[in-house]
Design a protein around this ligand. Structure first.
Ligand SMILES: [Zn+2]
Length: 569
């Protein structure tokens, strides 16, 4: 047999959780053609001696819907071994929507997901109206990795109701029209349908995004449409019920009933919070209860603290305060000069201190929280532990804001800080990751581009939980990141290394794999900024049988595909 590619001498960890073994892998026609001791030749040979050969990672929660049109590679996810992503989460997709109404879709996206409007205007050549046409556009676009796409409720509602989507309940006729679009989208290959009822999802003028205007009955009917077709996954950015047991019970009851009544798998992201340390258990428990009652529910969890990333080059929590506001508007050089002026600086520190005394975060407002310097970390290396600003301030007997300003000035304002907003307790994080109804995903890649950087959550699993903490066997960890998400989202013939399956493969050094520190770059269309994060220790990333990245450098290959859902696959 003549292979296109042979990966020799690697240690195969096949994604199933089975113990590793030494084997070569032969690839032909984009698929795995053989696993064993291969004596034949190939057009291309990779010597993977000392490396692990595993399935490519699958990320079930991204927002690459816009980015896919300007970033052929699929960064930053592709730099962490990810070979397939699911996009269109939380009700946000770019279709259905005709070009004349694209400002409405962008209105839903730009603040809620922090994707610059000018980047979307410059980077997207709008060539669709229906969701089916959007899928065709993604299919045509050059791609480094594979993409599956949900249809989002905010786009759908805006398409059917126009401006009314932002202010009104849907009429029966609106709901009928939306149901037709759901049906068409699923038939065309949408992987499911998503919505948001989260109070953090607002438009740029601080109104709720369109999906938040929907009644639960509207959601029920739209998800029911997928149930009729027996296809599609339903993802929801949930309601903030806070510590109110009545509201929580009501919301959980509706989710469970929805899963049972429609038969559609229901999924959502869940973090642990220091303010409600055991709240997440109810949600995980709900998935168990739903399964016992005959429904399907799975929970998306993260692998580490969820951190806002702050810097003087992007945003700081004090930006809206008096005086700060004026100074933060200046060019960075002028800001530096202002911070070096002792009198100005003294006032800035004083104002921030006042604000801390008065600020109490409102429930659900993750990013509006006043800074708690116990949970503010100096991001000076890729993996924890980090030193908190509070700890350094106590040691130096300084105000925490002075510490921050000193660090910023020392680094030409480049110093990044992690502000932990969720998943503070790492025992809980590990417990959630291990729960049989949880799936480790939720990078949000493509969104929150200057505030969060979680595309490395998978390389964090392999470096931190497997190597540093030895809390997971490598085989277990690989299974969590490959076979489990592939199964939940029904990505056929991916997520395992098996003869005949797609050759999506990651080759890495388990002793070296580590995320790099995030960095701020201005590489979006129209020069818009974003955080970017790479990783070290990955020898090759192979998609559909072609090497896309070698030592995380693009080879020029763009073999990624659109992965259509079950009715069109
Ligand atoms: Zn999301």
């Amino acid at each position: 047999m003549q292979y296109d590619l042979i990966i020799r001498n690697g240690t195969v960890i096949d994604g199933s959780g089975m113990a590793r073994f030494r084997a070569d892998i032969g690839v032909a026609g984009g698929r795995i053609a053989a696993i064993g001791r291969l004596r034949e030749s190939a057009r291309e040979v990779i010597d993977a001696e000392g490396h692990v050969v595993a399935p490519g990672i699958i990320d079930g929660h991204t927002h690459m819907d816009a980015q896919v049109f300007w970033d052929a590679l699929g960064t930053s996810s592709c730099w962490h071994g990810v070979t397939s992503v699911v996009m269109g989460n939380c009700g946000f997709s770019l279709a259905p929507c005709g070009e004349r109404d694209k400002h409405l879709v962008m209105r839903n996206l730009e603040r809620a997901e922090d994707i610059a409007r000018e980047a979307m205007e410059a980077g997207i050549k709008w060539s669709w109206e229906t969701f089916a046409q959007y899928l065709d556009a993604v299919e045509r676009a050059p791609k480094g990795i594979n993409y599956a796409a949900y249809m989002g409720h905010s786009a759908l509602r805006t398409y059917v109701m126009g401006e009314r989507a932002f202010s009104e309940e849907a009429t029966e006729a609106d709901i009928e029209a939306m149901k037709r679009e759901v049906r068409d989208a699923i038939r065309a290959g949408a992987i499911g349908f998503t919505t948001s009822r989260s109070s953090t999802h607002e438009t740029a003028d601080r109104r709720p995004v369109a999906s938040r205007l929907a009644s639960w009955e509207e959601v029920r009917q739209l998800v029911g449409e997928m149930g009729e077709l027996n296809a599609g996954v339903f993802e929801i950015a949930g309601e903030q019920t806070g510590a109110d047991p009545e509201r929580t019970r009501d919301y959980l009851g509706r989710l469970k009933a929805l899963a049972l009544e429609t038969g559609v798998p229901v999924t959502f992201g869940q973090f642990a919070h220091r303010r409600y340390p055991d709240d997440w258990r109810q949600y995980v428990g709900l998935a168990d209860e739903t399964a016992q009652a005959g429904g399907r529910m799975f929970i998306q969890v993260h692998s580490r603290p969820v951190n806002g990333v702050n810097s003087f080059q992007t945003t700081m929590p004090f930006d809206s305060l008096p005086m700060w506001r004026e100074i933060r508007k200046l060019q960075l050089e002028e800001q530096k000069a202002a911070l070096r002026n002792p009198e100005t600086r003294r006032k800035l520190v004083e104002i921030a201190r006042e604000r801390r005394r008065s600020a109490e975060p409102k429930n659900g407002q993750l990013f509006a929280m006043g800074p708690d310097f116990q949970w503010w970390w100096v991001a000076d290396k890729p993996l924890p532990p980090y030193r908190s600003v509070a700890e350094i301030a106590a040691e130096l007997n300084q105000d925490p804001v002075d510490v921050i300003i000193d660090l910023a000035l020392k680094t030409d304002l480049k110093q990044l800080f992690f502000q932990t907003v969720a998943n503070e307790n790492q025992d809980h994080v590990l417990e959630m990751m291990r729960h049989p109804r949880c799936v480790v995903t939720f990078s949000d890649s493509g969104a929150h581009v200057s505030q969060l950087m979680d595309s490395s959550l998978q390389s964090h699993v392999l470096s931190y939980w497997v190597r540093e903490k030895q809390a997971l066997r490598l085989e277990e960890a690989i299974r969590m990141l490959t076979f489990v998400p592939a199964s939940h989202w029904g990505l056929g013939e991916r997520g395992l290394l098996r003869k005949g399956w797609a050759a999506d493969i990651m080759i890495f050094d388990p002793d070296k794999i580590t995320p790099d520190l995030p960095e701020l770059v201005y590489d979006l269309p129209a020069g818009a900024r974003r955080l970017r994060q790479k990783a070290t220790g990955i020898m090759a990333t192979i998609v559909n049988g072609e090497v896309v990245l070698r030592n995380n450098q693009h080879t020029g290959a763009l073999p990624g595909r659109l992965l259509r859902g079950p009715l069109a696959a």
